[in-house]
Design a protein around this ligand. Sequence first.
Ligand SMILES: NC(=O)c1ccc[n+]([C@@H]2O[C@H](COP(=O)([O-])OP(=O)(O)OC[C@H]3O[C@@H](n4cnc5c(N)ncnc54)[C@H](OP(=O)(O)O)[C@@H]3O)[C@@H](O)[C@H]2O)c1
Length: 266
Amino acid sequence: MRMLRAGNASEPGGEMVGRVADVGPEVPAAWLGKRVGGVVLEGVYADYVLAAPALVTELPADVGAAAGLAVVRGGLVAMGAVRSGGDIAGKSLLITAAASGTGHLAVQIARALGAKRIVGAVGAIDKAGFVRECGADAVVAYDDPWDERFDVIVDGVGGSLVPRAVRALAPRGRLVAYSAGGGSVEVGSLLADLKTVTGFSIGLLARTQPELIESCRSQLWKLLADGAIRPQYTEYAVHRLDEAIASIQERRNTGRVALRMDTSAL
Ligand SMILES: NC(=O)c1ccc[n+]([C@@H]2O[C@H](COP(=O)([O-])OP(=O)(O)OC[C@H]3O[C@@H](n4cnc5c(N)ncnc54)[C@H](OP(=O)(O)O)[C@@H]3O)[C@@H](O)[C@H]2O)c1
C-alpha cells in the first residue's frame, strides 16, 4: 500500500516469507535453507529478494507462510506503534485503518496488552464485524462523528484524519502516527490538554535501535504462540495479482493481502 499511495504501482508490497538461498559475508552460513520472513523495502515481487538481516527473522515451524507474512511486518509495525503509545493497560484506544494488515493486529495486540476500551475506525462500516472479531469493543466509520475521547490513538491513515484524531485525544492523550499518509498538526491544538503527537517507523529503529525491534518481535511471536493474536489474511496465487492489488486500492481488504509466488512448500 505504501507504493500504491505514492502513485507508483509497479512495486507494491513490503514483506516476504521464503527460504534463505544465499547469505552475505556477515551472515552465518547456518541461515542457509532456513524458512524466514521479514521486511523488504523494494523488489519484493520476485523469486529472489535481498533482505537486511536486522529485518529478517526465522519463522516458527508451526506458523504457516501467509500467517507469518501477516506478522513479520504488519505485526511488527502494530506492536511498535501500540508500544509507542506508552503503557496502555487500562487505557482507551482508537485504532484507525483497523481492518488493515497492520491495524487488525494493532487491535489484537492492544487487547492482549490490557487496553480497557478499544474502538476501531474504518473507511466502510461493513468491516465492523471483522474488527469486532479482532477484539474491538466498538467500530466507527471515518465519516461518523467521533464524540468519544481516547488516551491513545494509533493512526494508520493520516491526511485529513490527523486533526480529527488530535481533537479526539483525551487530556494528556497521545497520537501515534505510523502511516505514509502525511497530515498536519496545529501545534496550538496540543497545548491546553497537554496532548502529544509522535511518529513510529520500523526503518529508523532497525538502523538505530535493533534491540528494540528484537524486543517487539519476541513479544509478538510470544503472543502468537500463546494464541493471543490471530493474523488474518487473504491469499492470492501470483496470477491473481491484479485482484490482490485491486482489493487494497479499493480499500476492501480485511487483514493482510498475501501473494503466493509459486506452489513450493513453505
Ligand atoms: N511506519 C512504519 O514503519 C510502516 C511500515 C509499514 C507500513 N506502514 C504504513 O502502514 C499503513 C498500513 O499499511 P498496511 O500494509 O497495513 O495496509 P493494508 O493491509 O494494505 O490495508 C489497506 C487498508 O488501509 C486503509 N487505508 C487508509 N488509507 C488508505 C489509502 N490512502 N489508500 C488505501 N488504503 C488506505 C484502507 O482501509 P480503510 O478504508 O478502512 O481505512 C485499506 O483497506 C500504510 O500507510 C503504510 O505506509 C508504516
